[in-house]
Design a binder for this molecule. Structure first.
Ligand code: DOR
Ligand code: ZN
Length: 347
């Protein structure tokens, strides 16, 4: 197989930032994808529809001319999110999910939820309104090993949450473990998961063996290869519960190459091509379209895109660095070779 034509994909989890970075992140996001689910962890976070409207306008103003790529907005759940905030969001026509960051779990999560039980009123309203909850599934307890934080979150927080809100739509974002894959696979159809390209292509050896490689550091952190293999199997299984969400999260080169480097991998320079690499290695390219272009839209109850993109098997070299506003950035797999490239359908 030398070319592969698929329905235009969507990205169900992305960080676009704001300010001067937007011109770069939005043009990358809009190149091959039809839509992006935009995460709300700005500083300060997007906690209401007024902020979401203004952020959306900034994003759309940064679109390349002629682009009809869409930004699907999210709200940031806090201990103070009210039922009214949720019903306003559900009626706004621009909010497609509410993101739950346990306070302190990751970048700009300081305003996140300190105790999920305190958000019951908001969660009840989400269940009634059909508003999905997008979860960063890691406990923040310093006594829990960082490699176990997702599995412990599932056991301590997620299982009781699903019992209390069985009709709530929940996306366990950027799953990284066999525990998460098993949980999602065994749950009812309200529960789904996104998978990033870095968790399909890499494991913790890429991050830590032979030297610390900060550009492979993201949260949840890369796990052992046994987990990576389960993620590849889930993504390429044709199971509709697993779909594309890059978690593309730009940070400047200097903020990652530091004594305390930021978490996040930037993958929007070559997102669909990185997924194609992972599916190609798994000999499952025929499963890429469902994962990348169908299952996410189906889960969110949105129409599938009608256009297509075409990839060709033709090795190419990723750049060593790219631009993030006024700063330099090192994207995922910088300088490496990929086997597939988009030849048609890109803006
Ligand atoms: O690695 C990450 N980076 N994980 C997250 O959950 C947040 C993200 C960011 O915003 O930089
Ligand atoms: Zn994220």
């Amino acid at each position: 197989m030398n070319t592969l034509t698929i329905t235009r994909p969507d990205d169900w989890h992305v960080h676009l930032r704001n300010g001067p970075a937007l011109a770069d992140t939005v043009s990358d996001a809009a190149r091959n994808f039809g839509r992006a689910m935009v995460m709300p962890n700005l500083a300060p976070p997007i906690v209401n529809i007024t902020q979401a409207r203004s952020y959306r306008e900034q994003i759309l103003a940064a679109r390349p001319s002629g682009s009809h790529w869409q930004a699907l907005m999210t709200l940031y759940l806090t201990d103070n999110t009210s039922a009214q905030d949720i019903s306003d969001a559900a009626e706004s026509g621009i909010i497609y999910g509410v993101k739950y960051y346990p306070a302190g779990a990751t970048t700009n999560s300081a305003s996140g939820v300190t105790n999920i039980d305190a958000t019951d009123k908001a969660l009840e309203q989400m269940q009634v309104s059909g508003m999905p909850l997008q979860i960063h599934g890691e406990v923040t307890d310093p006594d829990i090993d960082i490699f176990d934080r997702e599995a412990v979150f599932i056991e301590r927080i997620l299982v009781p949450l699903v019992q209390r809100f069985p009709e709530l739509k929940i996306i366990l974002e950027h799953v990284t473990t066999r525990d998460a894959v098993a949980f999602v696979s065994d749950s009812n159809s309200n529960i789904a998961a996104t998978i990033t390209p870095q968790h399909l292509l890499f494991n913790r050896n890429h991050l830590l063996a032979g030297g610390i490689r900060p550009h492979y550091y993201c949260l949840p952190v890369l796990k052992r290869d046994v987990h990576q293999k389960v993620l590849i199997a889930a993504a390429s299984s044709g199971n509709k519960k697993f779909f594309l969400g890059t978690d593309s999260a730009p940070h400047s080169k200097s903020s990652k190459e530091s004594a305390c480097g930021c978490a996040g991998c930037y993958s929007h320079h070559a997102a669909i091509e990185l997924y194609a690499e992972a599916f190609s290695r798994a000999e499952a390219l025929d499963k890429l379209e469902g994962f990348a272009s169908h299952f996410g839209a189906d889960y969110y109850g949105l129409p599938r895109n009608t256009e297509t993109i075409t990839l060709r098997h033709e090795p190419w070299q990723l750049p060593q660095s790219s631009k993030l506003g006024n700063e330099a950035m090192v994207p995922l797999s910088a300088g490496e070779q990929l086997q597939w490239q988009v030849i048609d359908g890109a803006l």
